[in-house]
Design a protein around this ligand. Sequence first.
Ligand SMILES: [Zn+2]
Length: 371
Amino acid sequence: MTKLPPASAMYQALVNRDTTYEGVFFVGVKTTGIFCRPTCPARKPKAENVEYFSSAGDALFAGYRPCGRCHPLDKDKQAPELVRRLCEAVEQSPSQKISDAHLRAMGIDPSTARRQFRRYYGMTFQAYSRARRMGSALHEIRRGESVIGAQIDHGFESASGFWEAFKQVFGAPPSKAGQVRCLYARWIDTPLGAMLALADNDGLHLLEFVDRRGLENEILKLRKRLKCIIVPGTNAHLDTISAELKNYFDGASASFTVPLVPAGSAFEQSVWKLLQTIPPGQTWSYSQLARKLGNPNATRAVGRANGRNCLAIVIPCHRVIRADGHLCGYGGGIWRKQWLLDHERKVTGHGEASPDLFARRTSAGTSHARR
Ligand SMILES: [Zn+2]
């Protein structure tokens, strides 16, 4: 869970370079785009120019790059040279994927470098570069609509470095507003980390944790299918889902009314529709779902459809477990699945859904009906 101390305490710790806060929070400096440890020796930024993160990963996905002085990702000793060079390569072009050929051209043996990277940082080089790439693209989305709204009006004439990264993930911006179909992208902070929501006037197309593996591909597929581009902003559906997620995490309500427009085959749609009938706090197995669909042999296909769900939480694929009771794969990570189930059980009282508090969603999104 991303529970942070009060901002005033963190700022005090930052100014005092308080070692007891080491690892408790990381600080992003808005004016430089760099994130630091609380004990960084560099001159301290003003309070209004910082924001806090409970993990280095959150800071990366928020678009910040690690500080070159306090090395917020490093363990106690300095990173090996090869690892440092990999990080430098990422910073040279954060919007690009770095291929093995690229590494060899730099005189780096890819497999050795990747191994060292993983041993040192405890995350793969791929995961790190993805975090930086997504992070720089998501940076503008976090800042919200005002800047971008103006840019759409002005036809994106003012090209900024950010658009390079943004384009890779979200598509080239339109030269004029109204020229192309637009999906609006909104950043939503939750106790389980940040989520990205994409919607147009039809409803919600995607809701995922920003660090989900494969998120870039999901976005790319969506863009191709809808022939749209994605711009930071908000609309009524994004306002709704934002409010409903807050209620969900506060334990006030688990019902979602935002219209959903997930893309999938007729079979996938039927699985997703069925998922929405699992009461909060309860779990079903894949085989149970298959039986309810009248196709008891389709357990595997049900599992695949479950995995293709792009609307986390609102289509509650986290309520599906293995027949032996084990939690199994979850796009957002098993720890989130466990947290969501625990949270729902706590709120509903051990899996017994109280009808008014955690009302079950009965009217599924529009596209669920047509199958
Ligand atoms: Zn620093």
